[in-house]
Design a binder for this molecule. Sequence first.
Ligand code: HEC
Ligand code: HEC
Ligand code: HEC
Ligand code: HEC
Ligand code: HEC
Length: 444
Amino acid sequence: MVLGLGLMVAGRLIQRWQAAKATPGSPPLTRFTIDLSRGRDQKLLAVFLLASLFFLLVTAIGSYETYHVTKSTQFCGQACHTVMEPHYVAYQNSPHAQVECTVCHVAPGAEGFVKAKFNGVHQVYATLLDKLERPIAAHDKINIDQKRCEQCHWPKKFVGNLDHTYSHFLDNETNSPYSVRLLLNVGGGDPTHGPVGGIHWHMNIANKVEYIATDPLRQQIPWVRLTDEKGVVIEYRVPDFKDDPSKHTIRTTDCMDCHNRPAHSFRAPNDAVDMVMSLGAISTNLPKARRTAVLALTQPYATKEEAFEKIGAALRAKYPNHPDAEAAIGAVKSIYAKNFFRAMKTEWKLYPNNIGHKDWAGCFRCHDNEHVTADGAKRINHNNCNSCHVILAEGSGPALQPLNPQGLKFKHPEEVGKTSLAIAAITGRWNRSPVHSCGLSQNR
Ligand code: HEC
Ligand code: HEC
Ligand code: HEC
Ligand code: HEC
Ligand code: HEC
């Protein structure tokens, strides 16, 4: 169509030029006229109008379809296959596997769409010229607005207490099970609709909690300011932070400060193996299976193929002719495929998960007993375990039967110190309280 319009303009210019050049004796120029009394002109005009209409229709449908394709999960997750593979695979194994990437990642409306596409052009350029950062770092630039989560999760909705069982296995010959059953005090609430309280209430609704993070992964939080319901402001800081807060970016906590991995959780080998064992895919009949599996997952393989081959070889050598060996090999490979992506150098160690306080500082980035007010009178503490959760039961077998509503005093299984192969590698990162990977120093 554009070409046609161009030809029309060019024709007109040529005609003008010819007219200007014309000398008195030359033959008269044929002029372009549309004469609807001529049958040929009628037909041509009809064809022209119909073709234009058809063309406009196709363009409209085409751009609408293009819009849909470029905002689809397949496009975001698979168009740049290698680059997005880790996040796409993790997403498919997440509770949000049915939520389109753009629902969380792109602000609603035309503005958000255009912004995302401009950003996308930059990424295509980086991918083509191989200038992309590998891994795609988790950093503060992602900035998902919590309003996008609130399209589905109303923060005031009272969730109540959630009963979670964390199944673990010890690092011994028989892979003894060891579970912790918690009642997580999530709460929520809107005083006009019923009871209020719990984690969501304290952190998100009744109070405004602001903080300063000194690293892009937001793992070091030296300063916190609380503004409560009545407008009373309390400032906490760690002793070695002497800066003027106004020189830093002050952020307000939102969903992502706790739920930063709702769609892309790369599991630590310890946790992944525990989970698969609890489902029976790795049999506890294989002596020291847990340790063997975690060790197999933590070797520095160069490619997925190499990893698969060596995982198979290591487990077959350890359990020759054992009837449960092949199933275990399959399970370990599957953990590897879902959580380690060599081409993008992606694995769990680079993506802190802020929800608890076991592998990462999580809640204890602030609740670490070290954030104090200037007069030393108040601390953000973690001594009162029950403010976040009640330990209903702990151990294995019959020990898990009676539930204690007041909350048990946590007993750390001695063996865990030895099991934490993967954890040991990262404790250095959490440099304020390196006493123990799960932060429960007083329990050691
Ligand atoms: C339920 C919401 C949600 C959905 C759906 C979702 N993401 Fe994410 N994504 C997040 C959050 C939250 C972060 C981390 C933000 C932060 O740390 O502040 C993130 C981060 C990322 C990152 C940056 C690296 C990182 O891990 O921090 C990439 C890349 C990414 N997502 C790709 C995708 C792709 C591709 C899809 C669709 C296949 C998708 N996301 C779907 C919520 C979502
Ligand atoms: C399109 C709707 C939708 C959006 C947007 C959405 N979620 Fe969800 N989310 C769900 C549904 C549905 C479930 C329950 C899935 C299930 O249990 O199978 C869920 C589950 C969860 C859970 C519980 C996870 C678990 O392990 O059981 C958390 C936490 C969560 N979402 C946080 C978020 C956060 C944070 C965001 C914003 C980044 C978000 N969601 C955006 C629909 C959504
Ligand atoms: C202070 C940290 C914190 C903040 C902030 C926070 N949450 Fe949570 N939320 C939790 C914890 C802890 C749980 C318990 C479940 C768990 O451990 O995964 C939870 C549970 C949930 C669940 C699961 C409920 C279920 O039935 O399984 C959803 C959904 C959820 N949060 C959504 C949100 C949304 C949306 C926001 C932001 C408006 C938000 N949360 C803000 C800590 C937080
Ligand atoms: C950015 C810092 C920060 C992070 C991260 C954080 N909190 Fe808090 N939290 C606070 C502050 C500040 C208070 C208010 C302390 C006070 O009473 O002065 C608080 C209070 C609470 C309370 C009320 C405590 C009580 O004794 O009444 C609960 C429950 C809570 N937080 C749960 C959590 C959970 C669960 C997480 C992790 C998923 C978490 N918080 C992560 C800063 C934080
Ligand atoms: C600021 C809130 C908060 C405080 C205080 C707190 N915890 Fe937790 N804890 C959590 C959250 C949130 C989780 C759940 C993490 C998840 O869902 O992955 C958790 C999980 C746990 C688990 C299970 C971990 C696993 O994977 O097996 C244990 C055990 C535990 N906490 C012990 C304690 C003990 C003991 C104390 C007191 C010294 C304590 N916690 C204080 C928030 C807290």
